[in-house]
Design a protein around this ligand. Structure first.
Ligand code: NAP
Ligand code: MG
Length: 454
């Protein structure tokens, strides 16, 4: 394997920079430094860890524009989205900076003594992230993991390492201890697998495809290592006949075409009640045609290119034989451009079952509430979803019946860092974000202190 990897700008197909590929020895060195740094970090005062994380957050805040521009260059995210993502990292760090002083254990009544529990950090946590949201997804792991007293080794996807590398530098510039948070670049099969197999990495967080995630989980099981998995999705946007159809149609493109559909939470199936199916498609068509695809550096752009030429071929293969109802536009020329597509599908079609991870949405009709719920649950996945109805009872019933981890009613929101995020079924195991995420990076120790003479 070559010792470097060429990072490409997906909007131009031009090379940006050569990035080193860590060898096994280099991964092991980073882990050894993390082991040493973690001991001192866990032994420091809670307020010292909180202060260090706040300083890291301030450094990120001060570099939002630089980080955003890097993400535009490396990932083709529209500048408006990239600024949101960089600011989000600072917010996540600030939020979990409140955790060190709040990781309270319990005092449990016992006879003849005192019983208390401690939330002990695992030690070194290995975090493996995908290319679709390089900064934000990394922060969902490293911020709570560090807050709980762990060290972190982070492996970005080879396609998109630039913002992660910069975050690693900013941590040091902000005064975080050397070795505590290390970004290790290289391939999944070398660096990622070493996180799985190395005995000193005590927990793994993996975000990526269901196939690779299953292998990572199997490797962690062999090493008796806890693992958090955030995997794929095929989320439903369910539109009932009593919904505000104009609002539902106007917002549907953003719910699936944001980040060019390369979003685990993409509402890539629109399920529409049959009585309003034709009307909904009439309203959806202009919204899709108006969706702005183009130069990610422009403030007006809503969607940039796909991440790579090979990913574009994969996405295109989903359209073989598909019944395309209408499509949006995309620029010509270099860059991995792909226009948004709306296809009419049947429940067993590949487009209704498999994650495309591109700007292709399948529309399917359903008959009544029970049929809509059945169809929504008719995939292996269970990550996100939206429910459009003006009937409160229906909103409650359907949101309880859809087996997904993150649902929203009359909106498409998925991510608020202070509320929990995570998938059911083949979409994942364990969760991230929300009030309890720091605790997920600890194991409980119970200690009994005898007070009575034996
Ligand atoms: P992927 O191929 O599974 O890769 C994800 C990460 O795992 C990359 O850093 C990759 O490294 C690494 N990797 C690859 N093979 C590995 C192995 N054998 N052992 C350890 N690590 C390995 O996924 P992707 O194509 O980058 O991302 C798209 C997928 O991520 C989609 O399915 C999407 O739904 C999912 N996703 C889920 C969430 C969520 O929160 N649920 C969020 C975002 C994305 P290299 O690529 O550098 O080799
Ligand atoms: Mg991959």
């Amino acid at each position: 394997m070559s010792a470097t990897f060429t990072v490409i700008n997906p909007a131009t197909a031009q090379p940006i920079r050569e990035i080193g590929r860590a060898s096994l020895d280099e991964v092991d060195d980073a882990i050894a430094r993390a082991v040493r740094a973690q001991r001192a970090w866990a032994g420091s005062a809670p307020v010292a860890r909180a202060d260090a994380l706040r300083a890291f957050a301030r450094a990120v805040e001060d570099h939002v524009e630089e980080l955003a521009q890097l993400e535009v260059l490396n990932s083709g995210h529209p500048i408006g989205s990239a600024r949101w993502e960089a600011a989000h990292v600072a917010q996540v760090l600030n939020f979990y900076a409140g955790a060190p002083e709040r990781l309270s254990g319990q005092q449990i009544p016992v006879a003849g003594g005192l019983d208390v529990t401690f939330h002990e950090p695992y030690g070194v946590v290995g975090i493996i992230v995908p290319w679709n949201f390089p900064m934000t997804i990394a922060s969902w792991g490293f911020a709570p993991a560090l807050a709980a007293g762990n060290a972190v080794v982070l492996k970005p996807a080879e396609l998109t390492p630039l913002t992660a590398l910069r975050l690693g530098e900013l941590a040091l510039e902000a005064g975080m201890p050397e070795g505590l948070f290390t970004v290790v670049t290289g391939s999944g099969s070398v660096v990622g697998q070493r996180f799985v197999s190395h005995p000193d990495v005590r927990k793994v967080v993996f975000t990526g495809s269901t196939g690779v995630g299953t292998d990572v989980a199997a490797g962690c099981a062999r090493n008796l290592k806890p693992v958090t998995l955030e995997l794929g999705g095929k989320s439903a946007n369910i539109v009932f006949d009593d919904a505000d159809l104009e609002l539902a149609a106007a917002s549907a493109p953003g719910a699936v075409f944001d980040n060019a559909g390369q979003d685990c939470c993409a509402r890539s199936r629109i399920l529409v009640q049959r009585s309003v199916y034709d009307r909904f498609l009439e309203l959806l068509e202009p919204a899709v045609r108006d969706w702005q695809v183009g130069d990610p550096a422009l403030e007006s752009t809503q969607m940039g290119p796909l991440i790579s030429a090979s990913h574009r071929s994969t996405v295109a293969s989903f359209l073989d034989g598909a019944d395309v109802a209408f499509r949006g536009s995309a620029p010509e020329g270099d860059g991995f451009w792909f226009a948004p597509h709306v296809v009419l599908a049947s429940p067993q079609d590949r487009l209704a079952q498999e994650e495309v991870f591109g700007p292709v949405v399948a529309v399917l009709p359903f008959d009544d509430e029970a049929d809509g719920i059945r169809l929504a649950n008719d995939t292996i996945y269970g990550l996100a979803g939206s429910i459009w109805t003006e009937n409160l009872g229906r909103a409650v019933r359907v949101s309880r019946a859809v087996k997904s981890g993150v649902l929203s009613v009359n909106s498409h929101s998925s991510v608020r860092y202070w509320t929990p995020f995570g998938g059911m079924k083949a979409s994942g195991l364990g969760g991230e974000l929300g009030p309890d995420a720091a605790e997920h990076f600890t194991e409980t120790k119970n200690v009994f202190f005898a007070t009575d003479a034996p």
